[in-house]
Design a protein around this ligand. Sequence first.
Ligand SMILES: N[C@@H]1[C@@H](O)[C@H](O)[C@@H](COP(=O)(O)O)O[C@@H]1O
Length: 252
Amino acid sequence: MKITIMPDEQKFDITAAWRIIAQIMQKPDSVIGLSTGQTTGGMHRIVSDIYKEYPFDVSKVTFFNVDELTNLEREYSGSCYTMIYDQLVKHLGISEDNFIMPPTLSDDFDREALIFEEKLASRGGADLQMLGIGMNGHIGINQPGTPFESETWVSPMDPDFEARVRRETNVPDSLELGGLTRGIKNIMHTRKIVLVAKGAHKAKIIGQALLGPVTTDIPASIIQLHPNCEVLMDAEAAAYVKHMVPDLEDIS
Ligand SMILES: N[C@@H]1[C@@H](O)[C@H](O)[C@@H](COP(=O)(O)O)O[C@@H]1O
C-alpha cells in the first residue's frame, strides 16, 4: 500500500485530481469509479478546471459512482448522479452512454444492481476507484458488519448520513431511503483503489482502517489486502497514522 500525505487541503485536491487525469491519459478508455461527499467535490472541480484550460481526450472514458441513493428523484441536488454530473461529467462533455449510474427510482433494485454491474463488466470492469471513507469506516454505503463477499446491493444507511441527506433534500421520514452500493467484493475487484480522506475528523477512523485488524467492523480495513492501493490524505487526516507510525513512508 502506498501512503501519500499532502500538507494542506488544496494540495490534496490537486493531487487527487491528477490521479483521475493520469488514469485517463495512461488508458483513454478507462472505467473510473468516483465517490460523492465533502472529500471529493474539490478534486472533481479541479479536474473540470484543468480540462477547460488544457483539454485532453475524454471521448472513451467511462465514469460511474460507487453508490447511489434510492427512492429520491435523480434530479435532487443530493443524488449522486446530480452531484457527479454537476461537478465533473457535464464539464467534460461525457456522453450519457459513458456515465453509468443505477437509477434512483425502480421497483426492482436487485435487478438494477445486476444491470449496473453488467454494464461495468461489458467495458472490461473498473480500472480505478476513487474511494471515500465514512466516519464509521464505511466504503460506498457498506456499513460496519457488511460481509466482505457482499456484491452490489441496497444497503441500509448510516443514521448520521441518512439524517444529513434528509436535511439537505427535505425527504420526509415516511419515505424509506436506501443506498445502492457496489459491494465490498466488487470494490476490491477494481484494478486500482485510491482511498481519499481529508480533515481532522477522519484521522481516527483512517488510522484504525490502515493500522488495525482487517475486520468487517471497519469495512475500509479490507483495502489493506488490495494489491494496488494508494491512501491519499491531507496532513490533518493523516495525524493519527503519523502519531502511531512516526517514520511513515510507505506501508506495504
Ligand atoms: N456514500 C458516500 C460515500 O461514498 C462517501 O465516501 C462518504 C464520505 O463522505 P464525506 O467525504 O462527505 O465524509 O459519504 C457517503 O457515505
